[in-house]
Design a protein. Structure first.
Length: 626
């Protein structure tokens, strides 16, 4: 796991490109991602690539990047792990290729040389990469199928720059004329993060999962996809068959992702997904398994007691650290520093603490992320929508006729409500929005609307099977990216690689074949039934209350964070140039302080943005290019 940066200059104008010394300063911004080695390669200014290495496979200098073929034509910077690299290596060796290293990066390099962008569909791993052909002056960018590893890019008249962290884009001289992108800000204020393909500067983007771009020096840009989560797939795995298939493929994925030349541990929560990963690690590994848990000092969200019981049943070495109320203020600067782009998920606090704890004992950590999104684990919100959809197919007591889904969703207590959702997609967007458009419009009178080209929540169907699959796809595309961004930022801040076995390509392939009714019990509001079945083979009991990786952000904003919010937000006249109604912010804050409502997540969204602006945006041109 590492960090990458690069730029390709367009032939007509390459003014303002950083010197090598200043390019290394941009490289230094991601030094925490790769403290073991660093390198810069340049093609006489046409293309410059940089790399910071966290050594995981082949710890020798043979794994140094940027990695160049012996003839000097092809160059690779690659952040990630390819779990099927041994199979691809054997295939390439049969074609006469001789390898100098034992790691996966060289396999990625020669796979792209041999097969071009078609190689991407053959990769089972997590990655963000830049691949340059010096003869044709052609750069390829690509991102893994699930978006586990990030890659941002900015296109300007001078050229295109890409990087693992958005603060590197901000600090690049080519961004000096870029303003805040209204569409990205509109999404952030509603969701609390900026999903791909958006990014906070005009002309900047995050590459989407499963996507690639090809850029040439004459400004031609084309792209494509090698993976896309299907809108609908007819299921062919049900009940016991589904349970057996899921158990087998998860076991294979965990075994595959244990490959490493450095110590590997695992996150352990009190839920289902990470305990299952730990159980499979224990089953396929002969050595000691180390598991790491963050508690929240006994509050309602604390999972450490349940995690400790799991650890005892599974027979693993267990390390627990508590996130107490007193640690919040001391960690605030760390949370803001770790996020190069606006990001308002408060579980960043325990994620950072977990990464710090794990790094003391291992360089790699397996997590359980992805199980909720693939196997209908958000049972409450899934079930509430599916119950409404099911009502469409039943006669009502009053009319003994079917209701149209839009009519059903637009009626509340017999009355039409102006802001009541008009479709399943509209309803589900409101589930993920932390502050209503009414409040947002009061706080930000010039609030940009939801971007019309953002189709994340565009769905007006009602048929139960298709709706269930749309809900899963929506979580995979809209919520999972926020979870993965959080863990990438937190883990890389502490030079820790996090792997995600439940997002293995083969696991996703099996998950897409499973009938949703074999995953979700709507009446009992219990999800992830195949994962629960697999876990039950190794433990005597499992938890059913979903707490998530959360913190008591509502109480924090009434306690240790209150003064910071009052100082940084309440007095603001604008945030990133967007005018603010101070009276509306104060009113919302007063509602929260008086406990007339819990608006902690919404208030944290505002505070995070203000702190990010102060730390990352205001000082983005703090160095001069010589």
């Amino acid at each position: 796991m590492c960090g990458i940066i690069g730029q390709i200059s367009f032939s007509k104008a390459a003014h303002g490109a950083p010197t090598e010394a200043n390019f290394r300063r941009l490289l230094a911004l991601m030094a925490r991602r790769g403290p073991d080695d660093a390198g810069v390669w340049s093609d006489n200014g046409w293309c410059t690539l940089g790399f910071c290495r966290l050594a995981i496979l082949d710890l020798s200098q043979a794994g140094h990047q940027p990695m160049v073929t012996p003839d000097g034509r092809y160059v690779l910077v690659y952040n990630g792990e390819l779990y099927n690299f041994s199979e691809l290596r054997r295939e390439l060796e049969q074609k006469g290729i001789r390898f100098r290293s034992t790691g996966d990066a060289e396999v990625v390099l020669y796979s792209l040389v041999e097969w071009g962008t078609s190689a991407l569909a053959r990769f089972n791993g997590m990655f963000a990469l830049g691949f340059y052909d010096g003869m044709e002056r052609r750069l390829i960018l690509a991102r893994d199928h699930a978006g586990i590893k990030p890659i941002y890019y900015l296109r300007e008249p001078e050229g295109l720059v890409f990087a693992s962290q958005f603060d590197q884009i901000l600090a690049h001289p080519w961004s000096k004329n870029s303003d805040v992108a209204a569409d990205a800000l509109a999404i952030y204020l509603r969701l609390g993060y900026v999903p791909a393909p958006y990014a906070l500067l005009s002309n900047s983007h995050m590459l989407e999962p499963g996507q690639w771009l090809e850029i040439t020096n004459d400004e031609e840009i084309r792209g494509g996809r090698y993976f896309e989560f299907p809108s609908y797939q007819e299921p062919d795995l049900h009940a016991d068959d589904a349970y057996e298939a899921v158990n087998a493929v998860v076991t294979k994925a965990v075994r595959r992702q244990l490959v490493s030349d450095v110590p590997v541990g695992a996150a352990l929560s009190g839920g289902i997904d990470s305990p299952l990963v730990v159980a499979k690690m224990r089953a396929v590994s002969n050595g000691t398994v180390r598991a790491f848990t963050i508690g929240t000092s006994g509050d309602a969200l604390d999972e450490s007691v349940y995690a400790t019981d799991y650890a005892r049943q599974l027979g693993v070495d267990h390390y627990v650290e508590q996130l107490s109320l007193g640690r919040v203020s001391e960690m605030l600067n760390e949370v803001v520093a770790a996020c190069g782009e606006p990001f308002a998920d408060p579980s960043m606090f325990p994620a950072l603490l977990l990464s710090r704890l794990a790094r003391k004992h291992s360089t790699v950590m397996l997590s359980g992320d992805g199980g909720d999104e693939l196997f209908w684990g958000y049972a409450g919100r899934f079930s509430s929508v599916l119950e409404r959809v099911a009502a469409v197919t039943r006669p009502t007591e009053r009319t003994n006729a079917r209701w149209n889904i839009k009519e059903l969703l637009s009626v509340e207590k017999g009355q039409r409500a102006i802001n009541w959702p008009r479709s399943v997609g509209d309803l589900y967007r409101s589930v993920h929005t932390h502050l209503t458009d009414g409040w947002l419009k009061r706080i930000f009178p010039d609030l940009p609307g939801w971007p019309p080209d953002c189709k994340l929540f565009e769905y007006d169907g009602w048929e139960p099977d298709r709706t269930a699959q749309w809900l899963r796809r929506n979580e995979f595309l809209s919520h999972l990216p926020m979870v993965l961004l959080k863990m990438d930022r937190a883990s890389m801040y502490h030079s820790l690689e996090v792997r995600v076995p439940l997002l293995d390509r083969e696991v996703i392939g099996v998950a897409q074949r499973v009938d949703w009714r074999s995953c979700l019990d709507v009446k009992r509001r219990v999800g992830k039934l195949p994962l629960r079945n697999a876990l039950a083979r190794d433990v005597r009991y499992q938890t059913y209350v979903k707490r998530g990786f959360g913190i008591a952000i509502d109480e924090w904003l009434r306690g240790p964070v209150r003064e910071i919010f009052e100082e940084c937000v309440v007095s603001r006249q604008d945030i990133l140039g967007l005018p603010v109604n101070q009276r509306a912010i104060q009113e919302l804050f007063d509602y929260h302080l008086s406990e007339r409502g819990d608006y902690g997540r919404a208030l944290w969204t505002l505070l995070s943005l203000v702190l990010w602006e102060k730390v990352h945006y205001d000082g983005r041109f703090s160095y001069k290019d010589n």
